[in-house]
Design a protein around this ligand. Structure first.
Ligand SMILES: NC(=O)c1ccc[n+]([C@@H]2O[C@H](COP(=O)([O-])OP(=O)(O)OC[C@H]3O[C@@H](n4cnc5c(N)ncnc54)[C@H](O)[C@@H]3O)[C@@H](O)[C@H]2O)c1
Length: 394
């Protein structure tokens, strides 16, 4: 079916995890543990090729993508050896990419023009542009979205800035028959997913949520950037929507993020929910979780991993289908996808295990929520366990 040619904007921790993930799963011999879909729309992970990359940090510019992912200040966990990719990181467009909190950590050059980026995307035959700029880089993200549009590429916005949710950008990409996917990333099995599952299961059992918070800490650049009050605004918005806080008054919902350098790319989250149960009795629930942050961040808030968005985005980019693509295969059974891809019996078995066809069949097509209603209908632990399975954790 050909390859899916990917361009990366911002070679930070998330890009590192994506590049490693493609290498890891392209060569996986033990089955696709940790991945929701081994094959997506007929494309396997091994069909993904990196063709272009942009950054503004001199520690990364000019280096091969396989080396730039290890350059400071990146500190994502290493889980794959990435061979030389033949993709030199190009100098990008600086705009608002580097904020106050990060300015001392980055020697930034960003003199490329929009035309330079468009020309490079075309010359490298990039199909899908994946945006991994720092939180709050809204103007820079718009410039790269414009470049993707002019170069005829799909655009996957992995940062919390409003692009795919903007009517204006949706219309522009729809008019050009190019997919636009986003916004922001959700962990494979992180604090927001667990928070959302718990809020949902309380509501389904008649408990009235009164107050809730999520306080996270970590030592990567994303956490450093979140110390900037202006930059963290968009993150707070998507977080609060994610854990159902949108229906509570603002003073009853809190999201806090602390930068703790020694945690590196580990993230520790504390979640608290206070509710009113039968007869007005008080209910309190507290949870602590610790995850390796960036490797988890391969899911989009629309419901599928960025590896998968990359593959779906490319398919639609080639066929020139118009409109917003929700990268979610809710209307295709696991058996059908595996059959179409002609996977081995072992892969079939593992894929069925992690995708649970009966659950997938019952999901409405194009449902933008990441947790099907039945996953949250039981008691809390069952909701969380099922949601882990649906998200590829084994
Ligand atoms: N780290 C996570 O686990 C996580 C979780 C959820 C969402 N996200 C979102 O994903 C995005 C990327 O996260 P990350 O952890 O990889 O961040 P990061 O800070 O590690 O990487 C960002 C990269 O972008 C580069 N950059 C800055 N301005 C640029 C510009 N104008 N042009 C090109 N490159 C530029 C930086 O030099 C850096 O290499 C963030 O917006 C973040 O909020 C990250």
């Amino acid at each position: 079916m050909g390859t899916v040619n990917v361009g990366v904007i911002g070679v930070g921790n998330c890009a590192s995890s994506l590049v490693q993930g493609v290498e890891y799963y392209s060569n996986a011999t033990g089955g696709p543990a940790g991945l929701t879909h081994a094959v997506c729309a007929g494309y396997a992970v091994s069909d993904v090729r990196f063709t272009s990359a942009f950054d503004v940090n001199v520690s990364k510019i000019g280096r091969d993508l396989s080396e730039a992912i290890w350059a400071e200040p990146n500190n994502a966990l290493k889980f794959a050896d990435v061979p030389h990719l033949g993709v030199p990181v190009r100098e990008g467009i600086l705009s608002d990419g580097v904020g106050h909190s990060a300015v001392d950590r980055i020697d930034a050059h960003g003199r490329a023009t929009l035309d330079d980026v468009v020309e490079h995307l075309k010359r490298t035959d990039t199909h899908v542009v994946v945006n991994f700029l720092p939180v709050g880089s809204h103007r820079a993200s718009e410039l790269y979205a414009e470049a993707a549009l002019r170069a005829g590429c799909a655009f996957v916005n992995c940062i919390p800035s409003v692009i795919a949710r903007s009517a204006d950008w949706s219309r522009k990409f729809a008019n050009a028959s190019l997919p636009l996917i986003g916004d922001d990333l959700k962990s494979q099995f992180g604090a927001t997913l667990v928070h959302h599952a718990l809020v949902d299961v309380l509501a389904r059992n008649g408990v009235q949520l009164r107050n809730t918070y999520q306080i996270v800490s970590g030592g990567n650049m994303d956490f450093l950037n979140m110390q900037d009050p202006e930059r963290v605004k968009s993150k707070k918005t998507t977080k609060v929507q994610g854990f159902g806080g949108a229906e509570l008054p603002a003073e009853s919902v809190h999201f806090g993020a602390e930068y703790v350098p020694f945690l590196k790319d580990r993230k520790i989250a504390f979640i608290r929910l206070e509710g009113e149960a039968f007869g007005g009795t008080p209910l309190e629930l507290e949870l602590r979780m610790c995850v390796e942050d960036s490797p988890q961040r391969r899911r989009q808030r629309t419901g599928c991993g960025s590896i998968h968005e990359v593959r779906d985005g490319s398919r639609d980019s080639r066929r020139r289908r118009s409109g917003f693509v929700v990268a979610y295969e809710g209307n295709t059974s696991a058996h059908e996808r595996v059959r179409r891809a002609g996977r081995t019996e072992r892969h079939d078995r593992r894929s069925r295990q992690s995708m649970s066809p009966s659950l997938l069949k019952r999901r409405p097509p194009n449902d933008s929520s990441f947790l099907p209603p039945e996953a949250a209908a039981g008691i809390g632990w069952r909701a969380v366990r099922r949601s882990a399975l649906l998200n590829g954790a084994v």
